[in-house]
Design a protein. Structure first.
Length: 117
């Protein structure tokens, strides 16, 4: 799978995805830090990359209809420190083989993943 890691996540998220065999790049690598959400969303559509982010604005299906994207993964964590984020992404990686990401929104919380299509 192809992923775009948002600027609000540690660089190790990209490394975890790559180590799992995925093609992952970051918003920062493309010098898009600070750009509006709509710009990042359009980039993901053009590059056919699922977005991984802490930005809960991407969970708004009216603004970002899941069926228009290669996947949206929004981490909604009460504690957003590096260890918790990396543990959560590791958990998410285990769900990829059994759940569809393309054209879906995954809202990832500490104890569950909610998937909307």
């Amino acid at each position: 799978m192809r992923f775009k890691v948002d600027e609000n996540l540690p660089v190790e998220v990209t490394e975890l995805l790559q180590q799992a065999g995925h093609d992952a790049s970051t918003v920062v690598e493309q010098h898009l830090g600070g750009e509006p959400d709509a710009t990042v969303a359009s980039l993901c559509q053009r590059e056919k990359r699922a977005l991984v982010t802490l930005d809960t604005d991407f969970a708004d299906i009216r603004a970002y209809p899941p069926q228009q994207y290669p996947g949206l993964i929004v981490l909604r964590l009460r504690v957003q420190d590096r260890p918790r984020v990396l543990d959560t992404v590791t958990h998410v990686l285990q769900a990829f083989p059994s759940e569809q990401l393309d054209r879906h929104l995954w809202i990832v919380e500490e104890k569950r993943i909610r998937i909307r299509g």
